[in-house]
Design a protein around this ligand. Structure first.
Ligand code: NAP
Length: 480
């Protein structure tokens, strides 16, 4: 195993939790215990917030150029350590090591991008009402940020929050997911090596309820940035109202993937394969309902099935396309969605079962699955599956597919394939989603504003929009 430090990082020091308790961490590919990590609690979170609060005045007043250099150093270090970071991620999260390295490098790109953006946080001069007056608008960092991240992208969800926060001049406390603390710890090791001043970034692993409560009740925390489920996001938003904290939420999705009759079917099948099986279907933006025009259903399904047959499943440390699911709960949800759909009339065209034999015996493996004849009364049509299941639903008209695609409280990502310009423009206008892939099934580009509408969240991460969420406006009315 790669040598990794596993402690809390508070005020520039590695430390145990106040309770001295630690909890075990398991490898989802093998069921083996990897190590233990500190079970931080409320007092640890408070100490971390205090450290971030104490570090804020100096960090927020650092010259933008200086912050930029720091961020660039972090980028260089992540890139130099990418292989090691990828192995750590595969060990605790399960995704194939090649895919893990892709995530590490994509995550690093946020530091590169925001090292540049740090220098471009411009203000405004607004035409005033008198010649002896100037109206100036400054943008200032909001203060201490509490960041809470999920396990499905253990590295990039952290960098996508911390890079813009630091660029803006904020200081931060991170609570990573309990399933993937080692990727967070490895990143903090890099932050330390890069020479970030003590207290600028702090890490607390452990009890979500206690740490979360401290974030919510401590007046020194001015912003909560959360990526995770809609249920937890709603709770954090509701509780943040008590102190009117700023909140950014990147929540669940239920993406439609629409194949119009004039689509390039090979490109659509290839796009769907990548989109559906990346991270074993455990992504907030992966297709959860595949709408295929009835006239091309048979051809498209056959093309897709041909590709699915080639997908290899196994321990991510080996040369496979897909690893295990994160844990038994995740596997049970996938299996329940499939069983419910089949009981209500869906047909299983591939997979549809847990993989149990041989190397699969100790891990959480599920066969890549394709269902056809899926209907609106099935759970899979309504809920995020978060697993390797592609449910196909036929449609006949544009109006019908738009109605079905929008028939969900979620509004994160949607995809469609067509070669017709008029369809492209009409359908883009009518889909109620924050991000739309058109003849493209990847959406995570560092320069683009990632985020959802409706119950998929608020705020944007990435691009120049990503830094806005960490800034306040201050208007100066200057008279002379
Ligand atoms: P989750 O259960 O909501 O957990 C996310 C994080 O929140 C974990 O660190 C969790 O810690 C913590 N948490 C839970 N309750 C909390 C509380 N009361 N106070 C503070 N923190 C709390 O979500 P998940 O199952 O890990 O992640 C999957 C979900 O994330 C999916 O719905 C997916 O769509 C969404 N997601 C969205 C995006 C996006 O950009 N929109 C990206 C990735 C994932 P504990 O586990 O210890 O409770």
């Amino acid at each position: 195993m790669t040598e990794i430090r596993n402690q809390l990082f508070i005020n520039g020091h590695w430390t145990e939790a106040r309770s001295s308790l630690r909890s075990a961490l398991f490898n989802p590919a093998t069921g083996e215990r990897i190590t233990t990590v500190p079970s931080g609690g409320r007092e640890d979170a408070r100490a971390a917030v205090e450290a971030a609060y104490a570090a804020f005045p100096a960090w927020s007043q650092t010259a933008a150029e200086e912050r930029s250099v720091c961020l660039r150093r972090i980028y260089d270090l992540i890139v130099a350590n990418a292989d090691r970071l990828a192995e750590i991620m595969t060990l605790e999260q399960g995704k194939p090591v090649k895919e893990a390295k892709g995530e590490v490098l994509w995550g690093a790109d946020f530091f590169l991008w925001y090292s540049e953006e740090a220098k471009r946080i411009y203000g405004e001069v607004i035409p005033s009402s008198r010649t002896t007056q100037r109206i100036l608008v400054q943008r200032q960092p909001i203060g201490v940020v509490a960041a809470i991240t999920p396990w499905n992208f253990p590295s990039s969800m952290i960098t996508r929050k911390l890079a813009p926060a630091l660029a803006a001049g904020c200081t931060a406390v991170l609570k990573p997911a309990p399933e993937t603390p080692l990727s967070a710890i490895a990143l903090f090791d890099i932050f330390q090596q890069a020479g970030l001043p003590a207290g600028v970034v702090n890490l607390v692993t452990g009890n979500a309820l206690e740490i979360g409560q401290e974030f919510l009740e401590n007046e020194k925390v001015r912003k909560i940035s959360f990526t995770g489920s809609t249920a937890v996001g709603k709770y954090l938003l509701e509780q943040s109202a008590k102190q009117v904290k700023k909140v950014s939420l990147e929540l669940g999705g239920h993406a439609p993937f629409i194949v119009f009759p004039d689509a390039d079917l090979d490109a659509a099948a290839e796009g769907l394969l990548y989109n559906k099986f990346q991270n074993n279907g455990q992504t907030c933006i992966c297709a959860n309902r595949v709408f295929v025009h009835a006239s091309v259903q048979e051809t498209f399904t056959a093309k897709f099935l041909e590709k699915v047959k080639q997908v290899t499943v196994g321990n991510g440390m080996n040369d496979v396309n897909v690893g295990p699911l994160i844990h038994e709960r995740a596997l049970a949800k996938v299996d329940n969605h499939v069983k419910d759909a089949v009981a209500k009339g869906a047909k299983v065209m591939a997979g549809g079962f847990r993989l149990m034999d041989g190397e699969y015996a100790q891990g959480c493996y599920y066969a890549p699955t394709v269902l056809t004849d899926v209907t609106a009364d099935m759970d899979i049509f309504r809920e995020e599956t978060f697993g390797p299941v592609a449910p196909f639903i036929p449609f006949r008209t544009e109006d019908e597919v738009i109605r079905m695609a929008n028939d969900t409280p979620y509004g994160l990502a949607a995809y469609f394939y067509t070669t017709d310009l008029a369809t492209t423009m009409r359908v883009s206008d009518r889909l109620e989603y924050g991000m739309i892939g058109i003849n493209e099934s990847a959406l995570g580009y560092v320069q683009a504003p990632f985020g959802g509408i409706k119950q998929s969240g608020m705020g944007r991460e990435g691009g120049r929009h990503g830094v806005d969420d960490f800034l306040e406006y201050k208007y100066l009315n200057v008279n002379f």
